[in-house]
Design a binder for this molecule. Structure first.
Ligand code: HEM
Length: 422
């Protein structure tokens, strides 16, 4: 940018005066829908040609209006881990669009306060709790495979990936299963309609209204589900306030609905394009856990943002209290200082500490559930469905992020499929 250029943020506001013009870069054009075999490959240009820290004028209503962006592994780790300098206080603040003032819990709470909410929720997401859920997850997955196995075709994104994690999550929370389509419509309006504020308001407003009524139901008639556990739970030896209850249930609702679905769709797209990888995992299912970790690494869904708590410098750049800073996982997960041959999909990584499930105190609460769901979804599919490809003529477009691949029609030889579950 030449001096004398006036830059406005996407919202129309002025660029903050402490942001030097030469550090302003557009980042929104990289993670856009494309047909590449690795839809994340355009982010390489950001890593290689942009300053190590830069400022993007991007605007996300109610979340941030322009943000610093860090792109290197080490810098992203620092932002996630250093809660003296970086806060989540205004993270996921969609509820503010409809005039609500409660906090999204646990994400929008900083340590040490954050810890008490994790103590309340952790037992429901521990490896032991997830192992107990496994038979239900497996039954849900196999019930879906039953519907298409011998037909030789399915839309793996729409009829499989979109459904199984939501059914598992709704069962965990106690939500009525018939609400599935309605929940997804609200959630898509919130997370996938950036810029369309009216749609976002409709989505979050509808969800909060419904969740409040469900909370009331659980208050009147306690049940064995996570919503009821929150409604009747305690933090610091006292019951949760109304705001804490709706904040916790709302954030779980937001985080638990379609993250696994997006990962599943991107994973199957990659497998359909790589029959060698498919065969390897079908003949050596013991490699599936490592494969899932690698799928997670090469498909980061979100780039988390933090609020800066104190003025300080990052690699000589002045960052001020009140600024926002984005962890660009779409480059951090491919940083060669941490990952050898980072753009290659490898099953033999000795360590794979990617940021897809974030890092530091807000590391994803649902990580064990997500991993187990993905392992089962892939393992059961490969066990029952023979070698598959994309349906001829199918659209290959993938959105490298939460939108992922809404439709992914696959085909296989129906005679070779396993109709029976066991
Ligand atoms: C592949 C699937 C998933 C991905 C990629 C994912 C990603 C993330 C990320 C990046 C964060 C941190 C956000 C931030 O730091 O700004 C996060 C936090 C969180 N996730 Fe997940 N998530 C997944 C699945 C789930 C599931 C299935 C649930 C619940 C059922 C869940 C619940 C949460 C919660 C409650 C937090 C907040 C944790 C805290 O603040 O302490 N996630 N997730």
């Amino acid at each position: 940018m030449s001096s004398g250029t006036t830059i406005k943020l996407k919202s129309g506001s002025e660029l903050p005066s402490h942001v030097p013009l030469h550090l302003v870069r557009e980042v929104s054009g990289f993670l856009v829908p494309n047909k590449l075999s690795d839809p994340y490959s355009p982010s390489l240009e950001v890593f290689e040609t942009y300053p190590r820290i830069f400022f993007t004028p991007e605007f996300v209503p109610s979340l941030y209006d322009g943000a610093w962006v860090v792109t290197h592994y080490e810098d992203i780790r620092e932002v996630y881990q250093n809660d003296e300098l970086y806060s989540t206080a205004d993270a996921a603040g969609f509820q503010r669009l409809v005039g609500e003032t409660f906090r999204m819990i646990p994400l929008a709470v900083d340590p040490p306060e954050h810890g008490k909410y994790r103590i309340l929720l952790n037992p429901w997401f521990s490896p032991k709790a997830i192992t107990e859920l496994e038979p239900k997850i497996k039954a849900t997955i196999n019930g879906l495979i039953d519907q298409f196995a011998t037909g030789g075709a399915c839309d793996v994104a729409y009829d499989y990936g979109r459904i199984y994690p939501v059914r598992v999550f709704m069962d965990l929370m106690g939500f009525p299963p018939e609400r599935l389509e309605e929940f997804l419509a609200w959630e898509y309006a919130i997370l996938h309609a950036y810029g369309d504020v009216e749609r976002m308001k409709w989505g979050i407003g509808s969800a909060i209204r419904y969740l409040r009524s469900f909370i009331e139901e659980m208050r009147r008639a306690p049940a064995d589900n996570l919503t009821s556990h929150i409604v009747h739970g305690q933090v610091d030896g006292r019951p949760l306030t109304e705001d804490e209850i709706i904040g916790t249930v709302s954030f779980l609702w937001l985080g638990g609905l379609d993250t696994v679905a997006a990962t599943t769709a991107l994973m199957f797209r990659r497998l359909a394009l790589d029959p060698g990888l498919q065969d390897r995992l079908r003949t050596s299912p013991e490699l599936i856990p490592d494969a899932i970790e690698e799928f997670l690494r090469v498909q980061p869904l979100v780039n988390s943002t933090r609020l800066v708590k104190k003025d300080h410098e990052v690699h000589g750049v002045k960052v001020k209290r009140g600024d926002h800073i984005m962890c660009y996982n779409a480059t951090g997960n491919f940083d060669p200082s941490e990952f050898e041959s980072p753009r290659e999909f490898r099953l033999d990584r000795s360590s794979n500490r990617h940021f897809t499930l974030a890092g530091g105190p807000h590391r994803c609460l649902g990580s064990h559930l997500a991993r187990r769901e993905l392992r089962l979804a892939l393992g059961e599919f490969l066990r029952r469905i023979p070698s598959f490809q994309m349906k001829p003529g199918a659209d290959l477009t993938a959105h490298p992020g939460l939108m992922a691949v809404p439709r992914l029609p696959l085909v296989w030889d129906a005679d070779k499929a396993h109709a029976a579950q066991r």
